[in-house]
Design a protein around this ligand. Structure first.
Ligand code: BDR
Ligand code: CA
Length: 316
């Protein structure tokens, strides 16, 4: 069993990933830490608590940072995820469970100390909580099993950004935090747009989940209507890109992914702010700007057919 703490800004695809983690036969979702991004921190936390109640999740929910480390907080991405962060479906706010007594960075630190070497941190929103945990307790670098991040874009499969031509949402939302997380000497794998936009769930596939997954299918279909409409309008995609669940899939079935190794850094100012760059052996770099950065992994390809099959099986 892979124990994970899931750092997230629910968010439609975040909610899908939470349910996928819950359903996955080899994943033990012990905690959900929340952040701002797709919704503000209050709404993102409310949505995590709603999912905990609705699907009887055992995972704790710890509230996280409300704003980035350095740059001002951006407006929530309501045009992607709806005003309520969950595609504007009705949310029953009665009898929501309480948040954990610790704030997200402290929760992360405490859990990693309790189970050294056992917990994977999966982060699919801004990396602010992870950076704050690292600042407060640098020893967590040696306590974590691995860190898996959904964010960034490295030019594989032609992908470079979805907010600007250079930057992906989770990275540009707090580029300084992302850079600190990638600079830390702990094992990070980045699942970026390079593979998440290659993995598309069509509307027919999402519709089919209602039959194959009596527990989760209808909810997933309902929340993805708003999201699918956004994808249709912006990228003429029939269905949705599968961003955040890809980070869970990497933990559960890493053999589906091909990775490239090399140090990664984030541009933190100027017109390319939020751009992620990996130094690889196959390219020449006249300027070595990566000397303080450890080698990390970037996913450059994914077996989409088996991905979609496994996702459906695990949710059944
Ligand atoms: C990322 O941004 C958010 O909209 C999604 O939840 C995902 O984490 C994709 O760029
Ligand atoms: Ca997210």
């Amino acid at each position: 069993m892979e124990k994970i703490i899931f750092d997230t800004d629910p968010g439609i695809d975040d909610a899908m990933a939470i349910l996928f983690a819950q359903a996955c036969s080899n994943i033990d979702l012990i905690g959900i830490t929340t952040g701002f991004g797709n919704a503000n921190i209050a709404t993102a936390t409310r949505n995590a608590l709603f999912l905990k109640k609705q699907f009887k999740l055992a995972a704790d929910v710890a509230r996280g940072a409300a704003e980035p480390l350095v740059i001002p907080v951006d407006e929530p991405a309501d045009f992607v995820h709806g005003d309520n962060g969950l595609g504007n479906i009705d949310i029953d706010e009665s009898n929501l469970p309480s948040v954990a007594p610790l704030a997200a960075p402290d929760y992360i630190i405490e859990k990693l100390k309790e189970s050294p070497g056992e917990i994977t941190l999966v982060a699919v929103g801004r990396m602010t909580n992870l950076a704050l945990a690292l600042r407060k307790c640098p020893e967590i670098k040696s306590l974590v099993k691995q860190v898996v991040i959904m964010g960034g874009a490295f030019g594989h499969n032609g992908k470079t950004g979805n907010v600007t031509p250079f930057a992906e949402a989770n990275i540009i939302g707090d580029p300084h935090a992302a850079d600190e997380v990638l600079r830390a000497d702990w094992p990070v794998t980045v699942v970026g747009l390079d593979v998440t936009t290659k993995t598309i769930m069509s509307n027919a596939y999402l519709h089919g989940l209602q039959k194959t997954s009596p527990k989760y299918g209808k909810f997933i279909y309902d929340i993805t209507r708003f999201y699918a409409n956004f994808h249709q309008q912006t990228d003429q995609v029939d269905g949705i890109y599968v961003h955040d669940s890809s980070a869970i899939m990497y933990v559960s079935a890493p053999h589906l992914f091909t990775t490239v190794e090399g140090p990664i850094r984030v541009i933190t100012e100027g017109p390319a702010i939020g751009h992620t760059m990996q130094k690889t052996q196959t390219k020449r770099y006249p300027v070595d700007a990566w000397s303080d950065y450890p080698s990390q992994k970037v996913c450059c390809d994914v077996d989409v057919e088996n991905y979609l099959r496994i996702y459906q099986q695990e949710l059944a």
